[in-house]
Design a protein around this ligand. Structure first.
Ligand code: CUA
Length: 379
């Protein structure tokens, strides 16, 4: 079928409409324009202050260009009594001093104004509040590790993955680094993004106004599963946060049934080289940091796994999720966890041959059952 100009115009219109609709999600969790903390609000205020004048300038300049192009288009009568001469040049103007000074000075003044507010915002964002809580953030292919030193004795006492739990209304000073390649940490509702670079430590302060779950995404291309490297910041009330800390400081729950015990034995033999469960397969000197894979001591206290791309509980995406109660009232998404153990690289592109990501161990259905029986007790 041949394309007529009318059809082409309809296609063009459809493409433009589709583009417009991509900007219309009502509940986009990575919306940069809905700040939920002081740092994000500073950025948002600056953006609005620049965007509004920029939009006015844009409409004025683009409108002027379009109007001039239409007003003086070829074929239009340009001068009296000279209707059809295509080569005729319109009357030329040059050297209007006042106009030239005006269109140099006005943009310079506007940019000067933008600079004043930008520099102010940069200094605001660089401020590190003294009462901030510290969390170490480590980017890994392809998940995030969070380490806490809750008693400030210089030793890490909580290690968790993918979901960083913090108290709402408290500034959190993040120390961001990476274990392998460059990643970028970004929770758009709480602050801008900052690169996680191996061998370097970058400071970023976040604070959530209210308890809630704030989604994030790695924003520096870091290999195969870059797009599957998400994270969440879970802000709890200060009392709930203390409760969370108390639970995290506990060693792993001991197996109660024979099936759970078999699962634990199998875990130590098969998974224990990379994953750690505190009190089960700690490496020497009680180092909680296994390093290359998430610490699973309190796996079930999280709502998602594998770079926060799969949910552990059916309720993981509920808006009014009772985070601490998940292990008691949540419905374990057992099929999802089993599917993951059956073939991790099949569900999330990874490169285990090059020691990046979790391999497929070709586990039997019995082994998968035992493992899930055990893992699902780790609250
Ligand atoms: Cu990590 Cu992209």
């Amino acid at each position: 079928m041949r394309q007529t100009p009318a059809m082409r115009r309809i296609w063009l219109l459809l493409v433009a409409l589709a583009l417009l609709l991509t900007a219309c999600a009502g509940d986009a969790p990575l919306d940069t324009l809905e700040p939920e903390g002081p740092a994000a609000r500073t950025i948002d205020n600056l953006l609005n202050g620049v965007l509004v004048p920029a939009a006015i300038v844009f409409v004025f300049v683009e409108g002027g260009i379009l109007w001039l192009a239409w007003r003086y288009r070829a074929g239009r009568r340009r001068t009296e009594g000279d209707e059809d001469d295509e080569d005729d040049i319109p009357a030329q103007t040059h050297g209007n001093l006042i106009l030239e000074i005006a269109w140099t000075a006005v943009p310079a003044l506007m940019l000067g104004g933008v600079a004043v507010f930008t520099v102010g915002a940069i200094f605001d964002l660089a401020d590190e509040p003294e009462d901030a809580m510290q969390v170490e953030v480590i980017g890994q292919q392809w998940w995030w590790e969070f380490r806490y030193d809750t008693d400030d004795d210089g030793e890490v006492d909580i290690v968790t993955a993918n979901e960083m739990v913090v108290p709402a209304g408290t500034p959190i000073d993040l120390d961001i680094t990476s274990r392998d390649v460059i990643h970028s940490f970004w929770i758009p509702a709480l602050n801008g993004k900052l690169d996680a670079v191996p061998g370097r430590h970058h400071d970023l302060t976040i604070e959530a106004d209210e308890p809630g779950i704030y989604w994030g995404q790695c924003t520096e291309f870091c290999g195969l599963s870059h797009a599957n490297m998400r994270m969440r910041t879970v802000a709890l009330s200060p009392e709930e946060f203390d409760e969370w800390v108390d639970n995290q400081l506990e060693p792993a729950v001991a197996p109660e049934t024979a099936a759970q015990q078999s699962g634990q034995d199998f875990f130590v033999a098969q998974c224990g080289t990379c994953h750690q469960i505190n009190g089960v397969n700690d490496v020497e000197e009680a180092d909680l940091v296994a390093g290359s894979a998430p610490n699973l001591t309190h796996l079930m206290s999280r709502s998602t796994f594998a770079g926060s791309i799969f949910r552990l509980y059916e309720e993981a995406d509920d808006e009014d999720l009772d985070y601490l109660a998940l292990p008691d009232v949540g419905t374990l998404d057992r099929a999802q966890l089993e599917a993951w153990l059956r073939d991790p690289p099949g569900l999330k592109p990874m490169d285990p041959d090059d020691r990046r990501g979790m391999p497929n161990f070709n586990l039997s259905e019995d082994q998968i059952d035992q493992l899930v029986d055990y893992l699902s007790t780790l609250r």
